[in-house]
Design a protein around this ligand. Structure first.
Ligand code: ADP
Ligand code: AMP
Length: 215
């Protein structure tokens, strides 16, 4: 079984590309951010605990996050492989993932790194609209839904994420640069990083991902 990682700053386009990858390569898309938001809206103990961190733009505790991923990859939809979006986010999580993949005999094929300029990220995040049902991301300028405020895929009403505001974005970006970006070095040493220019249009980014896809 194969595992892929998609990395990049908040707003770089990880979820957007992972959704295209899921449809094209028929692998599961696992977003820890989506899992936390679902837990929050269902008011589970995990959701209530994680909310304290997410609201401030900090990382949720590693133990909870690793546990969620460990359980999630046991699902049947992961049998054909899966792409992790938003995980790992620090070195401790990366090491936990190595252990997990080894135990389950899963091969890490590549780490797709979407490169962006910090300058554009605030606009991408503040303009993002999200489907609370199927998690598809839209943008008020760059990816409008066919019908205003309605998800093209499932017809649900789009929302703006609570943490998609300028204040919280700044801490999310700081956390990314301090804790997550250093992982690129960790995976580069293993020859796993594939860089993709995330400043292009959505379709062009996806074309580059397809060109460098490792089977
Ligand atoms: P991430 O999962 O990395 O936080 P998303 O995939 O949710 O990012 O994208 C953030 C926002 O930017 C969304 O509103 C999305 O529609 C938009 N977006 C994603 N990729 C691009 C792109 N290449 N060009 C312009 N807008 C994009
Ligand atoms: P995302 O949807 O990836 O932008 O994540 C939204 C928020 O969920 C982050 O700002 C974190 O608070 C939390 N989160 C998502 N993934 C992780 C993770 N791997 N580790 C810790 N916190 C996470």
């Amino acid at each position: 079984m194969n595992c892929y990682l998609i990395m990049g700053a908040p707003g770089a386009g990880k979820g957007t590309q992972a959704s295209l990858i899921k449809n094209n390569y028929k692998i599961a898309h696992i977003s820890t951010g989506d899992m936390f938001r679902e837990a929050i809206s269902s008011r589970t103990p995990v959701g209530l605990e994680a909310k304290k961190y997410i609201d401030k733009g900090n990382l949720a505790p590693d133990e909870i996050t690793v546990y969620l991923v460990k359980e999630r990859i046991q699902n049947d939809d992961c049998k054909n492989g899966f792409i992790l979006d938003g995980f790992p986010r620090n070195l401790n999580q990366a090491k936990a993932l190595d252990k997990l993949l080894k135990e389950e005999k899963i091969e890490l094929k590549s780490v797709i790194n979407i490169e962006t300029d910090d300058k554009i990220l605030i606009d991408r995040i503040v303009g993002r609209r999200t489907c609370p049902n199927c998690n598809e991301a839209y943008h008020i300028e760059t990816k409008k839904p066919l019908k205003d405020g309605i998800c093209d895929k499932c017809g649900s009403r789009l929302i703006q994420r609570a943490d998609d505001n300028e204040e919280v974005v700044k801490s999310r970006l700081d956390v990314y640069h301090e804790q997550t970006a250093p992982l690129l070095k960790y995976y580069s040493k293993k020859g796993l990083v594939v860089n993709v220019d995330g400043m292009q249009d959505i379709d062009d980014v996806f074309n580059d991902i397809k060109k460098t896809w490792r089977k």
